[in-house]
Design a binder for this molecule. Structure first.
Ligand SMILES: Cc1cc2nc3c(=O)[nH]c(=O)nc-3n(C[C@H](O)[C@H](O)[C@H](O)COP(=O)(O)OP(=O)(O)OC[C@H]3O[C@@H](n4cnc5c(N)ncnc54)[C@H](O)[C@@H]3O)c2cc1C
Ligand code: SF4
Ligand code: SF4
Length: 1023
């Protein structure tokens, strides 16, 4: 039975008194933690994010006293529901993610640290934690220990279990112990804690009593999950208690620290792909390759390859359509030529001598190697873009057999799938004999559960008949636990005894590994998203107008900061279709079905929790790595609303808003999410509902109405600039508007660009050229840096291009979109679209110097306005450097650049990446003789629009941008360069070196504006 609100508040209150970390029992957080990457959803009682082992002890002791289960959790990316449950979720990934100590050949860590982050630190001393999960960029060490992750390089390094030296473990009674290899005789002689003594003595006895059974029931495959690893646990009169914990899915104890063995980083690796015209040939070749000592050998089937080809042009060029299967092979070693020779010999052997593969490619560098590996790690998520009721679901996804029988076993699996008319993609970890199957199933359809149940029975029968395992790499979790007895027979009773010994009250992650509820794999499935009937076309067309009428201007008020123009959502009818319509129709221009698709596309893979280097995925999650910061959190919340599990009234609540505010609309996740879920669109949709009811905060109002305020401020410019540099005023601004007093802010220019343009008669569309440009200026260039706008005009005119600056243009409205003030944004959009569409019809191309403005015009306006003109504008907008680079590619750019003897550090803004235009600024700067451009790839600058301006985000913003700022400080670099005005602020924050727009460097090099002469030597101000 669901706990009542009162019970939840009581638990929250109790825990807050004893735990220093976060305790959350509210609807929003329960929804965020109700799911992982599986098909299941269970609302927990509460969420605890401990800061220390003491917090975990306190939490477990409390749970034991009141009889509440606890579920340890890392990144929550398991596919079997192993980290979810009805009790208290203990999330280690938020705070307990430190490296405690690095020794020569070992490392002590907290369990929440992500594998890739750990190895990044270890690499500095030439070491690594060798088992590598497929999701190295998100999987935590706690999760790896919980599941005994092996990863693709198992042949060389083994599994997690082989590298765990000792573990600090909190047991179900709240006692804490260091578990490692314990000599059995220490029961008599050692000074053991009584609980540890009891466990050791009873376990040693159990292992001795059942040694034959344990050996007999071991599946016939190199690595398997499913059950406790009792085989070899008692060795030379010692019991390895740490080893017992590994792979126990949090059911025996909670790991709070781990000591892990580290290995030397191999100096070289070689990667190749081999292409086959039959699956059978690929499997047989793979077995030979493993026997030849390859570090990794992974097979990918035709369906995965098709999806890869569809999702990335590189794969389309790389993999011919007729490829039936492909092997990704890797060799590692310390001798580069030797590694290369191995790869070449392999290709020669399999492709030329034995003619098994019809083609092969060797990766020439690390980047190409990563691309090849992407075929193994990316497709599962890309599949979620498949439309229709049947989607690939992580059920029945993990079978393992003795690798040698793979050629016979694979057709048996395919036959079962064929008999049940199920399409599936298959990939194979050859060395492990492990099959990763993704069946395409309509898990929400009527009668489907029974279908899946019978399919599971048949598949599991096949694998058990071969002496294999129903869990090869993945956890038992909710999906496989009840089948475990079929795999291990009487050994199951020993598992039950082990569980009773360590967790007599069954409080630690119950129902995983030990549990016989045969309904479990088919219960607690995520509620279906219902697709309401499509509204008539006329209704869709009217939607934006209806919104404009229904929603009044959301100016802030003293109380509640807003005008509530629509009825409380809580009072609306509760049937789902109408809830959905209210959510959708009042705000963005999209069909309800698209909104549902966007939410359904998110498979909760957790890829958006990455903090890995070359990726940009979510800057906010990087600054504050907590579940609510992740893009997936936003999709999860909208899902809760659409299924009706969360009342629609939550949309206007503060906890909901706090999560939404953790999206700054940078669009990085939309590009990098493997399923391309449009999270920023979902987030602004929901923010809009909040703003509709509550209005904007003062700070948001100021940011969104900046144009109005800047217009006023420029009337009394000296006073405004004095205020911006006055410490007291800045302190006041921090207190009232939340703008950090230490953040260097730009000064208002003496004359705005628009005024200058009017004087130059640029605001009249009079002259002719081909092409001709309508310049969209936006706020920063207009009020703070007219020199940039003038430089752009100068560069265009120098190239014979007529420039028109529409006089009536206003700011792009990106800040309003990001804040969710969509009605205001829509009015801005309507105004600008009318102007710009007219210009486009007169033959102009719209060009913006601010990347955020270009994103707003191309991506946001068509979402705000369902009008042909908005689409016309979106299709005819370019960012300034992109426009000039295109000019160059058609031979129209004047190349008479004068040399600039300098080195500049270039940073790519997130909004430029969102435009998906490559790196036109770098290309252009490369045309300037003598100018050295150093590409700095340190991810988001940490400004994230106006996010970094705010006092509450300032520290995190600096932390995030620190590496970028440090590069700019390097002696070799004279100045920074970037297209984005917010990134410029950040790049200038930590240094007195200037950051200049690439267009200014072009103008300088053309010798167009004498006032630019001192550009690279100018020095920034202190505030
Ligand atoms: C799209 C996709 C594809 C995947 N493909 C593969 C694949 O091919 N092969 C593969 O092996 N994996 C695969 N995975 C799974 C993924 O690699 C694992 O989920 C991941 O390694 C687990 O890390 P986590 O931090 O998310 O752990 P979680 O999922 O949070 O936890 C995993 C288990 O560990 C337990 N646990 C966590 N922390 C602790 C702790 N401190 N103490 C005790 N127990 C703890 C949890 O209770 C749970 O039982 C895939 C996942 C996704 C989403
Ligand atoms: S938003 Fe994308 S990356 Fe994040 S969990 Fe959903 S599908 Fe995965
Ligand atoms: S748009 Fe940017 S800030 Fe928002 S969720 Fe996506 S990555 Fe994070």
């Amino acid at each position: 039975m669901e706990p009542t609100e009162q019970q939840r508040s009581r638990v929250a209150e109790d825990l807050r008194g004893i735990v220093a970390g976060d305790v959350r029992c509210d609807d929003v957080f329960l929804q965020l933690y109700a799911s992982d990457a599986s098909v299941y959803q269970i609302r927990p009682l509460g969420v605890v994010r401990p800061r220390s082992t003491d917090d975990v002890i306190a939490c477990v002791q409390y749970a034991a006293d009141v009889g509440i289960p606890v579920h340890p959790r890392g990144a929550g990316t398991g596919t079997a529901g192993e980290s979810i449950g009805p009790g208290l979720i203990i999330d280690f990934s938020a705070y307990m993610r430190r490296v405690v100590r690095i020794d020569t050949e070992r490392v002590r860590v907290q369990p929440g640290i992500v594998h890739e982050r750990l190895n990044r630190q270890l690499r500095r001393s030439g070491r690594l934690f060798a088992p590598e999960p497929y999701r190295t960029n998100v999987a935590t060490i706690g999760g790896m220990i919980g599941r005994n992750d092996a990863g693709p390089r198992w042949s060389k390094y083994g599994a997690t279990r082989d590298h765990v030296l000792s573990l600090q473990v909190v047991l179900a009674d709240g006692t804490v112990h260091e578990f490692s290899r314990e000599p059995v005789q220490s029961v008599q002689t050692g000074h053991l804690h009584p609980r540890k003594r009891q466990i050791l003595a009873r376990l040693a006895q159990m292992l001795a009593d059942h040694s034959q059974l344990i050996r007999q029931r071991r599946p016939n495959c190199p690595v398997y999950r499913g059950g406790y690893d009792l085989d070899g646990l008692l060795c030379q009169d010692a019991v390895d208690l740490a080893r017992l914990m590994v792979g126990s899915e949090g059911t025996l104890g909670i790991v709070t620290e781990a000591t892990l063995a580290t290995q030397a980083v191999p100096q070289h690796r070689g990667v190749a792909i081999l292409l086959f015209d039959s699956l059978d040939k690929a499997v047989r070749a793979g077995l030979d390759i493993v026997a030849l000592g390859a570090t990794a050998c992974e097979l990918v089937d035709r369906r995965c390859l098709t999806l890869a080809r569809e999702s990335q042009v590189e794969y389309e060029l790389l993999i011919p359509a007729e490829t039936e299967a492909l092997l990704v092979v890797e060799y590692q070693g310390d001798d580069g030529p030797q590694v290369r020779e191995w790869i070449e010999m392999l290709i020669d052997n399999i492709t030329h001598q034995r003619r098994m593969a019809f083609s092969a490619r060797q990766a020439l560098d690390d980047q190409e190697g990563q691309l090849y590996w992407g075929l193994v790690s990316r497709p599962p998520s890309a599949m979620y873009r498949v439309r229709g009721p049947s989607r690939p679901v992580p059920v029945l996804e993990d079978l393992a057999v003795e690798p040698r029988i793979l050629p016979e076993f694979l057709p048996r699996v395919q036959n079962v799938l064929k008999r049940w008319q199920v399409t599936a993609s298959i990939s194979v970890h050859i060395a492990l004999g492990q099959l990763r199957i993704r069946p395409f199933l309509d898990i929400d359809g009527a009668g489907q559960v029974d279908h899946i149940r019978r399919l599971a029975d048949e598949l599991y029968t096949e694998v058990l008949d071969c002496g294999g395992a129903i869990c090869g790499e993945h956890a038992c979790g909710l999906s496989r636990t009840p089948y475990l007895r079929r795999q291990v027979g009487p050994l199951y009773e020993v598992f039950v005894a082990v569980k009773r010994l360590l967790d007599p009250q069954n409080l630690l992650n119950p129902a995983k590994i030990v549990g016989e509820d045969f309904e479990l794999p088919f219960a607690n499935l995520r509620p279906a998203l219902q697709v309401p009937a499509a509204p008539p076309e006329a209704e869709v067309a009217d939607r934006s107008d209806a919104a404009a009428v229904a929603v009044a201007d959301s100016t802030p008020t003293a109380a509640g900061h807003g005008v509530p123009p629509v009825p409380e959502p809580a009072q609306e009818p509760v049937d789902r279709p109408s809830q959905l319509r209210n959510l959708v129709e009042l705000q963005l221009n999209w069909h309800p079905e698209r909104l549902i698709d966007a939410v359904a596309d998110c498979n909760r893979c957790g890829e958006c929790r990455t903090q890995a280097g070359p990726e940009r995925m979510c800057p906010i999650f990087r600054f504050a790595p907590a579940e609510e910061s992740s893009p997936r959190a936003k999709a999860n919340l909208v899902r809760g609303l659409l299924t009706g599990e969360m009342p629609l009234s939550l949309l206007s609540s503060e906890p909901f808003k706090q999560v939404l505010d953790l999206c700054v609309h940078c669009h990085s996740c939309r590009l990098e999410c493997p399923a391309r879920v449009d999270i920023p669109r979902l987030a602004s949709q929901c923010k809009a509902s909040y703003v509709t009811v509550n209005g904007l905060s003062w700070g948001e109002w100021v940011v969104t109405r900046a144009e109005l305020l800047l217009g006023l401020a420029s009337l009394c410019r000296p006073a405004a600039n004095w205020a911006l540099s006055n410490r007291f005023v800045r302190w006041l601004m921090e207190k009232v508007l939340g703008i950090e007093h230490q953040r260097k802010l730009p000064r208002l220019a003496a004359t705005s660009f628009m005024r200058w343009a009017a004087k130059r008669k640029l605001t009249r569309p009079a002259r002719h050229s081909d092409p001709k440009v309508a310049y969209f200026v936006d706020l920063y260039a207009n009020y703070f840096d007219p020199q940039l706008a003038q430089a752009f005009v100068a560069v265009l005119e120098h190239n014979g291009i007529a420039v028109y600056v529409p006089a009536e243009q206003v700011q792009s409205g990106m800040a309003a979109v990001a804040a969710g003030d969509l009605d205001y944004a829509r009015r801005i959009a309507r105004h600008n679209v009318a102007l710009l569409a007219e210009a486009i019809r007169s033959g102009y191309q719209v060009v913006a110097t601010e990347p955020a403005a270009a994103v707003c015009l191309t991506h946001e306006y068509p979402l705000l306005l369902d009008e042909e003109d908005a689409r016309l504008v979106a299709g005819n907008v370019s960012e300034a450097c992109t426009f000039l680079w295109r000019l160059h590619t058609v031979g129209r750019l004047d190349l008479s650049f004068r040399p600039l003897r300098a080195t500049v550090g270039y940073h790519t803004p997130c909004h430029l990446r969102a435009l998906q235009v490559g790196s036109p600024a770098e290309n252009l700067l490369g045309l300037i003789p003598g100018l050295r451009v150093r590409h700095i790839e340190e991810g988001c600058s940490g400004m994230a629009g106006a996010w970094g301006l705010l006092h509450r985000n300032y520290r995190n913003s600096l932390r995030a941008g620190w590496r970028l700022m440090s590069h700019i400080r390097e002696a070799e670099i004279q100045a920074g360069t970037t297209e984005c005005s917010a990134c410029k602020l950040q790049m200038e924050q930590g240094t007195t070196k200037p950051t200049v727009h690439p267009i200014k460097l072009l103008a300088l090099s053309y010798g167009l504006m004498p006032e630019l002469a001192g550009l690279l030597a100018s020095r920034g101000k202190s505030l």
